[in-house]
Design a protein around this ligand. Sequence first.
Ligand SMILES: Cc1cc2nc3c(=O)[nH]c(=O)nc-3n(C[C@H](O)[C@H](O)[C@H](O)COP(=O)(O)O)c2cc1C
Ligand SMILES: Nc1ncnc2c1ncn2[C@@H]1O[C@H](COP(=O)(O)OP(=O)(O)O)[C@@H](O)[C@H]1O
Length: 289
Amino acid sequence: MKTKNSAVTIGTFDGVHKGHKLLIEKTLLAAKKNNYKSVVVALEKPVRRVSGVLSLGKEKIAELSKFPVDEIVVLKVPSEILLSEPEDFFNNFLIKFLNAKIILCGQDFAFGKNRKGSAAWLKKQPNIKLEIINPLKISGKQISSSKIRALLERGDITGANKMLGRNYYFSGMPFKDRGLGAKLGFPTVNLKIDADKLLPKGVFVSLIEQNGKFFAAVTNIGLRPTFGKTDALICETHILNFSGIWKKSKTTVYLLKKLRSEKKFKNIAELKAQIAEDTLKAKKYFQIA
Ligand SMILES: Cc1cc2nc3c(=O)[nH]c(=O)nc-3n(C[C@H](O)[C@H](O)[C@H](O)COP(=O)(O)O)c2cc1C
Ligand SMILES: Nc1ncnc2c1ncn2[C@@H]1O[C@H](COP(=O)(O)OP(=O)(O)O)[C@@H](O)[C@H]1O
């Protein structure tokens, strides 16, 4: 049986940012106008090595599922289909499998061996309409996943959130650490986060969520240099006005604003005073006492 014709958008969609949103909305519109089904083809992760991803596979699917698209297809990276000649990908996957009639993509999208299947290449193929979407700009700056990654690496969470059109988040399971936080007067929820996820360093105003419940908080992402530097980045969150027990189930942290960079303090008293100040600033941000 022949499946319904489709309007297809293809991309890596790392972060599912505001530019991606525009691309998906245009795909939905094209599908509606022509009575086609709407399809998003997303690469599981960037083909080229990156310092960390904005969205892990599951997060990407969750973000893409917020749009009323008919179908989401996730392609493994690397996969045979992505490494094949662009003709194979085009004929077997896009035309025969998806019945694509319209393809929408960003200027720089390319698939197939040696990135031969570029937008220019697609334009030359018969029986297909190609719509290239110009990159969306914010205050004159082009939105892109690599730009957002660079902003996060600089700790510019405000800039990154603007381009994402949402607050940057990450999830993990809480784990028990050395118990120093409570002794310090600031207990923290420590999260184990997938090593592929990009984490900005610093102290942030944040929201912490578990089972749909959100709490105002402060989060430190760093190496804790004052207490004997750790090898890998640690992520710890002190919840404002909370003194219960945080359950050992999936927890998500949303970063709202950077307060400062992490630093090595001369002694515990100085670190304690600084965390007290961070906490006060976060309370002011949320307008809570
Ligand atoms: C808001 C906040 C800011 C922090 N800032 C720093 C910092 O600048 N330098 C540092 O060495 N540790 C910092 N820490 C980490 C503390 O050293 C950490 O909470 C303490 O070591 C507790 O460790 P534990 O998880 O083993 O109990 C910060 C923690 C929080 C919650
Ligand atoms: N305000 C709070 N913010 C974060 N965790 C809190 C808070 N109040 C109580 N807790 C509890 O304290 C635990 C962390 O205590 P802490 O001494 O920092 O231990 P750890 O060494 O595991 O970081 C949390 O897992 C949580 O159950």
